[in-house]
Structure formats: structure tokens, C-alpha cells
Design a protein around this ligand. Sequence first.
Ligand code: 5GP
Length: 120
Amino acid sequence: MTYDDNNIFARILRSEIPNETVYEDEHVLAFKDINPQAPVHILVIPKGAYISIEDFGENASAEEIKAFHAAVSKIVREKNLSAQGFRTITNTGLHGGQEVPHFHLHILAGKPLGRMLPEG
Ligand code: 5GP
């Protein structure tokens, strides 16, 4: 599978589509999800062209991987999410329900989030 340069997050990274940025550095952009599933719903993406967590882990540089995890920690700390807790999700591929083929981590918080998956 090759990276689709016209996926929605690639277009956000090129500023062709607006976003509500919550964090940005050389390697990472984080912004509010357009269709929030919880009071806090942030998407964290690498600026590099990676399709999935697998692609990112295999092909990103150590600097990019470190920057990504450090950004998640910075966002969580800045938003004070650890006190009440939060959830991170990365959907991958068809069964994972991934809609946008650019690696992203969802950060969800702000209410009790229930069980990890719906019953059944
Ligand atoms: P996935 O299903 O791929 O794990 O998650 C994709 C997420 O991207 C969804 O939660 C969806 O609401 C969000 N999303 C899709 N298009 C846009 C957009 O144009 N802007 C923002 N901020 N989020 C988007």
C-alpha cells in the first residue's frame, strides 16, 4: 500500500484544510477531531507520510518516534488529563476501522469512557 498524498490529514498538514491546532512542533501536529466522541478528542499525527502505526514504527526515524510520544505526554500534561484519566486509540486498516490513511492517535477524555469495546 502506498501513501495517499491527498488524504485529509495530508491536506491539513499542507494547510489546504483548516484545523484547530492544540500542539505543533517540527515532527508532530495535534488538533481537535471534527466529530468529537468525548468532551476532549484530540488527534495526534506525525508530519511525515506514514499510513499506519506499523508503517510509522518500521520507517520513522528515532527522532520522529520520540517526538511523537513526547508530544502525547506534553498534550496530556498541558490539558491535565492524567488526574481523571484518558484513553488513546489507534485504528488500523479495515477491521480496525481506520478512515484516514495517515497514522494518528486519538486522545479521548473528559468523561468516563466505559468499556474499551462495545458488548458483543
Ligand atoms: P479513524 O477512523 O481513521 O481512526 O479516525 C479519523 C478521525 O478523523 C475521525 O475521528 C474523524 O472525525 C476525524 N476527521 C475526519 N476528517 C476530519 C477533518 O477534516 N478535520 C478534523 N479535525 N478531523 C477529521
